[in-house]
Design a protein around this ligand. Structure first.
Ligand SMILES: [Zn+2]
Length: 68
């Protein structure tokens, strides 16, 4: 059983080619460019999970503005 790897970043986008992690069953895929729309992003090829702290902060900031 492989636990899904979670990669934390503060960039607004990431590259994934399926090879940079330690997933034994992911033998790589074409390098793709993924842009965060929420604080969570899943690679469509290898299902790797990316989390963005910065976007989370922006969302809570937005919420405060909407509460006016
Ligand atoms: Zn991937």
């Amino acid at each position: 059983m492989h636990e899904k790897e979670i990669i934390y970043t503060d960039e607004s986008s990431v590259f994934c080619d399926g090879e940079s992690g330690e997933l034994g069953d992911a033998s790589g895929h074409p390098r793709i460019y993924l842009t965060f729309k929420t604080d969570t992003l899943v690679c469509p090829y290898c299902s790797r999970l990316f989390k963005n702290k910065t976007i989370k902060n922006q969302q809570s900031f937005k919420k405060n503005n909407e509460k006016k």
